[in-house]
Design a protein around this ligand. Sequence first.
Ligand code: ZN
Ligand code: ZN
Length: 49
Amino acid sequence: MAKTAKCAHPACECQVESGGRFGKYCSDHCRQAGEAIVLRCECQHPACR
Ligand SMILES: [Zn+2]
Ligand SMILES: [Zn+2]
């Protein structure tokens, strides 16, 4: 059973499986945005649209 946590990007609502390919982020977009404060996440996942 995979453990999930919210994406580490503050504006992102996605759930990320631990050990995923982007680490604690849901996508390469969030990984590059890092912990920058932005109004909304643009990772294109359904949770963020
Ligand atoms: Zn997102
Ligand atoms: Zn994310």
